[in-house]
Ligand binder design. Structure first.
Ligand SMILES: [Zn+2]
Length: 444
């Protein structure tokens, strides 16, 4: 089954972390990143992982815990008390139709613009609701976590059918942007931005899960939030089923022909020409991940797989098919047979590619150019100069050097890139300006 993987991205310079709201967490991420310059896997390296708000949840009794924060939030909203204690501060990230509120600022020198998340204070949000004649209620807010360093609690809210003026007044420099666009616009070496991207991905996944779990699947009654929106339960007293946020595991595998030093890459029926990537598919109930790798590979290409070796995993909250969050679980899969029979209902093409061909695709891809294009698009949107078009139509994904590379492969924000590059360049740490924090398949 197809999982959409886009191309692109990444300049090499690290920017400072002056805007990062969680200095100690940022430091720990920095350490993790610097420690990963060897060929070991850096679990913070994948886009949408390394969320600084997910590293620790406060225990019950802590004033920043979900229950205590919810109580404080309830008091401030229901009492309309604007003069209450400023501690803790509440920061809310609004979403509209799955798009987070964002801003953009100029980069330094020749570097691309830098996007940021559009956090709003509680009083500002309440004012925006009041101006629109909408009611801000506690149940709309979903707890993301807190930060003791800045004494703040972070929330997300879906404002899709409310407060229409939010994001439309470009004087404020704020607009709602597709998460995929932000993903491509993110400088992969900027840990602050990578952390922000992960926060937005987590928030988007939680809000989408809330949207489609409004009714109990057992009795049909309405569900209500629990634990400040981190869980839900059925409102029917005779049912009371608990409902947990949904994660869908997807296997993604680079199938390797050891004998002939080739890798199997497939082209999905999509508009992005020349894009070849790893095979992938959802796991079935009752199936192990390794079994899913073998089954999907056989179904889509007729190749039989023997050994299956885990590589790394990546949260993927930007799938196009209304699934809140897939967990991409990456593997190397070693082929036992080599003859390809393409399932034309799933794939347009599948071929064995030599290591040399794959190296060319990685070497001549213009990831940095694509990142700049997306970052400039976000800047234009926040100025009100461009509408939110689909990503595929914006990006010149054919920008890879066709003279030197016959195919293009997904960019560094996709786990497919890391599977492919760690096989193709198993002897190098940096490829085309992108740091490879990946396991060498020859070491497995
Ligand atoms: Zn129920």
């Amino acid at each position: 089954m197809f999982i959409f993987q886009f191309l692109l991205l990444l300049p090499p310079t690290l920017r400072c972390f002056s805007k990062f709201p969680f200095p100690q967490t940022a430091s720990s991420l920095t350490r993790a990143f610097s420690q990963s310059t060897s060929m070991s896997i850096n679990l913070h390296s994948h886009a949408f992982s390394g969320n600084p708000l997910l590293s620790k949840f406060p225990l019950p009794g802590n004033p920043l815990s979900p229950s205590a924060a919810l109580e404080a939030l309830n008091a401030r909203i229901s009492l309309n008390n604007t003069h209450s204690s400023p501690s803790p501060s509440f920061k809310v990230l609004p979403f509209r139709n799955g798009r987070p509120l964002a801003s953009s600022s100029a980069g330094t020198g020749d570097s691309p613009p830098i996007w940021d998340l559009g956090w709003l204070g509680l009083d500002d949000l309440r004012g925006i609701f009041e101006n629109s004649g909408a009611q801000l209620s506690v149940d709309l807010l979903v707890y993301l976590n807190s930060s003791s360093e800045d004494d703040a609690v972070y929330w997300a809210i879906d404002v899709s059918d409310k407060v229409p003026e939010l994001g439309s007044n470009n004087a404020a420099g704020l607009c709602f942007v597709e998460l995929r666009t932000l993903m491509v616009a993110t400088d992969w070496s900027d840990l602050q931005l990578m952390g922000n991207l992960a926060i937005a991905g987590h928030a988007k996944a939680l809000l989408e899960w809330h949207n489609f779990s409004r009714f109990c699947g057992h009795c049909g009654e309405k569900t209500v939030p629990m634990e400040a929106g981190r869980r839900k339960k059925c409102s029917n007293d005779s049912c009371k089923k608990r409902i947990y946020p949904r994660v869908d595991p997807v296997v993604i595998m680079l199938v390797i022909d050891r004998e002939n030093d080739r890798a199997l890459l497939a082209k999905r029926p999509m508009r992005i020409a020349r894009l070849y990537t790893c095979l992938s598919g959802f796991t079935e109930p009752g199936e192990s991940l390794e079994e899913a790798v073998r089954r999907e590979t056989w179904e889509e290409t007729g190749i039989e797989v023997g050994e299956v070796v885990y590589h790394s995993s990546q949260p993927w909250p930007v799938a196009p098919n209304s699934i809140p969050c897939q967990l991409m679980v990456g593997f190397f899969a070693y082929a036992k047979s080599l003859e390809i029979t393409v399932d034309k209902t799933e794939l347009e093409d599948a071929q064995w590619f030599s290591r040399e061909d794959v190296r060319k695709a990685l070497t001549f891809a213009k990831y940095k150019q694509a990142q700049r294009t997306a970052a400039e698009k976000v800047e234009q949107m926040c100025k009100g100069l461009e509408k939110n078009r689909s990503l595929a139509s914006d990006l010149n994904v054919e920008s890879a050097d066709e003279q030197h590379a016959s195919i293009v492969v997904p960019g560094p924000f996709a786990i497919a890139y890391h599977l492919i590059s760690s096989w193709a360049f198993s002897d190098q740490n940096v490829v085309n300006g992108v740091e490879c924090n990946s396991k060498n398949p020859s070491d497995l």
